[in-house]
Write a protein that binds this ligand. Structure first.
Ligand code: GLC
Length: 549
């Protein structure tokens, strides 16, 4: 059962990001749905998931796969009903897990009744719920995010003869947060879902809520003011429920979204992600170290979310131009693999399906400071289909077994085809097969999660780099001091990884630990005791070790 007294559960939680349409079809119509997901909860529990994050589930014309909401108080008909949702939340909580949902605060669908009324006439009472202008000249400093599709952040509306503002697709008009009614309505929508039992929200596209001339219209003080209002509202009415920020920004800018502990509970660490991949190709830890050193401290109850992949392209917004070119050359040699400022591929294909590199990145995902977020299917190394529209190639049906349609659905036609190639196809790569094979990626992922959960230092501990001279080796400490008077001892881990394909030697200064006998908690092996001089280690290609001191 759910421990409702644990108000800081998100610090220890393992998150699993899941696309309902892709997970399991419960009514044989070719689309995954809430009852289907309900039927697979035991699987997620067995894997070690603590909190499920659902991509948008509200009614939507699906121009942006649900990130274009047309009704904030319902469930998309492909997914089921609000009653199905209640049953799902109950099922999740009954297993001691939690659920957060995506909430799209910045914009709606152009089919939302609000927008239909807003554009009906300039005098409509809802006109001012969106951002209008007579010319497309305002806010010129704001960048275009979907740059492969959109040429402007303004779209002309024939009914009003005005332009409306949109940071994403033109079918996603931005709400006007300068309007108090909009601010209030969004709080009411949060209440609606919180009353249904959700444990929080992944808040979509946070930096763009307000627009101001002369700025790039991101991270404005007004946006922070509103976030503080959301948080105060949550704290006053819904203790223990969380807000997670999607703010694809540099560390110092994301840091602001934690406020003084009065804004978001959590925020994704976007910049570290591409650097994990970069380090593998460069064979040095430099870029990882650089970004970690550039990451400011955060308030005590705040928490980072670390991820390797998600439902979008692997974003290269938070790298330099030179690094972006490098990443594209290395990881997206085929032009079709590129999308906007990123790469539309999944974890396993990005890493050439090399189990050593996949496990290495997982080992970092589970030990770097923050809570890890797994993307559905990556636990079995699912493949992608770059030829599908937009980002759909990383949103294909979950591969449960080798039966037709990967055990995802009995329907004749699916929302998108299952992956069926020789390497990643469902015939050879699926949950059933990997569960039966103790050496599979699924088992290693599950094992790492289980070990992580035995040690609170990974979710709550301090972080300190431990850098030997050899730059091919990344080392860092995670430590939790014993709480005064607590029964639990403190604990301290040294994480060591070899970022290269060759064996590496390194010498660490462990003088403070003379006499200690490190234990690798992943495989139970004891390491030589620490002596008086430098501690010499030899790491196998792509090795990763979690050493308990
Ligand atoms: C976020 C989502 C992305 C969506 C966009 C617009 O970046 O992750 O999928 O397209 O917001 O809502």
């Amino acid at each position: 059962m759910l421990n409702e007294h644990d108000l800081t559960w998100y610090k220890d939680a393992v998150f699993y990001e899941l696309y309902v349409r892709a997970f399991k079809d419960g009514n044989a119509d070719g689309h995954g749905d809430l009852p289907g997901l309900l039927s697979q909860l035991d699987y997620l529990q067995e894997l070690g998931v603590d909190c499920i994050w659902l991509l948008p589930i509200c009614p939507s014309p699906l121009v942006d796969d649900g990130y274009d909401v047309s009704d904030y108080r319902g469930v998309h008909e492909d997914y089921g009903t609000l009653d199905d949702f209640k049953a799902l939340v109950e099922g999740i909580h009954a297993r001691g897990m939690r659920v957060i949902i995506d909430i799209v605060v910045n914009h709606t669908s152009d089919q939302h009744p609000w927008f239909l009324q807003a554009r009906a006439s300039k005098d409509s009472p809802l006109h001012d719920w969106y951002v209008w202008s007579d010319t497309p000249e305002k806010y010129r400093e704001a960048r275009i995010i979907f740059k492969d599709t959109e040429s402007s952040n303004w779209a002309f509306d024939t009914l009003t003869g005005q332009y409306y503002w949109h940071r994403f697709y033109s079918q996603q008009p931005d709400l006007n947060y300068d309007n108090p009614a909009v601010q209030q309505e969004m709080l009411d929508i949060l209440d609606f879902w919180l009353a249904l039992g959700v444990d929080g929200f992944r808040v979509d596209a946070v930096p763009y809520l307000f627009e101001r001339e002369g700025s790039n219209c991101e991270n404005l003080p007004e946006t922070h003011q509103y976030v503080k209002r959301m948080r105060a509202h949550m704290d006053a009415n819904w203790p223990g429920r969380i807000m997670l920020a999607e703010a694809n920004q540099w560390p110092e800018d994301v840091r602001e979204y934690f406020g003084d502990g009065d804004e978001f509970h959590m925020a994704f660490h976007f910049p570290i992600m591409p650097r994990l991949y970069m380090a593998l190709k460069q064979g040095t830890r430099r870029s990882i170290v650089e970004i970690l050193q550039r990451t400011p401290g955060i308030p005590p109850l705040a928490q980072w979310c670390i991820f390797l992949r998600n439902h979008d392209e692997l974003t290269l917004e938070m790298v330099t131009e030179e690094e972006r070119q490098f990443m594209w050359e290395q990881y997206a040699p085929v032009p079709r693999m590129r999308l906007n400022l990123g790469i539309r591929r999944r974890l396993a294909p990005l890493l050439d399906d090399d189990p050593r590199r996949i496990r290495l990145l997982n080992a970092l995902l589970f030990t770097l400071p923050g809570s890890p977020v797994l993307y559905y299917g990556d636990e079995i190394g699912m493949g992608d289909d770059i030829w599908l529209h937009d980002r759909n190639g990383v949103r294909t049906p979950m591969q449960w077994d080798a039966s037709p349609n990967a055990g995802f659905s009995p329907a004749d036609r699916l929302y998108e085809p299952v992956i069926a190639d020789d390497v990643y196809g469902y015939q050879v790569r699926n949950v059933a097969q990997q569960r039966a094979d103790p050496a599979s990626l699924w088992h290693s992922t599950r094992h790492m999660l289980a070990v992580r959960k035995q040690h609170r230092a990974f979710g709550r501990g301090t972080f300190e780099l431990a850098l030997p001279e050899n730059e091919a080796v990344l080392g860092f400490w995670r430590a939790l001091e014993p709480e005064p008077g607590a029964a639990e001892d403190g604990e301290r881990f040294l994480i060591l990884v070899n970022l290269t394909d060759a064996p590496q030697r390194a010498a660490l200064d462990l003088a403070d630990w003379a006499g200690a006998q490190p234990l690798d908690v992943l495989n139970g092996e004891s390491w030589p005791a620490v002596g008086g001089s430098a501690y010499k280690v030899e790491l196998a290609p792509y090795a990763h070790h979690w050493l308990k001191f």
